[in-house]
Ligand binder design. Sequence first.
Ligand code: SAH
Ligand code: MG
Length: 189
Amino acid sequence: MGSLELFAKENNVPIIQKDGLNFLINFIKENNVKNILEIGTAIGYSAINMALISSDINITTIERNKQMYDLAKENVKKFNLENRINLIFGDALETIVDGTYDLIFIDAAKAQYIKFFERYKSNLSKKGAIITDNLNFHGLTAHPEKIHSKNLKALVSKINNYRNFLKQNQEFRTKFYEVGDGIAVSKME
Ligand code: SAH
Ligand code: MG
């Protein structure tokens, strides 16, 4: 797996952090997750790692950046996972996905998290979970006063809106974990 991590590092691809990935892997094992929908493929690092847990895990993953999508396609092929990782090229705010999933992993544009959540919650199986990554955003969500850039301020405030959206949500109960870059696990009440 080292080569994907190295590529990500050298090319500034924001793949999931190591302990975040371990958290995800444990969650998948403990909850016997078999079908996963991922929003935000990048180079396929998280999808490949989730697929490698067990040969009966299937993943559908959506990516809007063509370069990333092409890289992910190559990487999935290298790992011989074409039959278990279904790569969709498109904007997840427009893609229509049918079927239900045991796990929906939201890891795409942070400003759109509420929209992704609302759009895909109907694809979640009854006992399934929606996991969201990057809720701490390198510690910035807890300390917005440290930010000077206007764009970054706006983004951090969107992430905090999402955190509040989850906290106040009547349909889902969410637990926040201080692992990796901040992970939330939301389950239907
Ligand atoms: N899950 C990956 C990392 C994803 S990085 C891993 O841990 O290995 C976030 C990716 O989401 C980027 O490649 C970006 O292009 C993609 N993305 C952002 N907004 C999107 C959208 N609306 N639809 C599809 N992909 C999106
Ligand atoms: Mg992430």
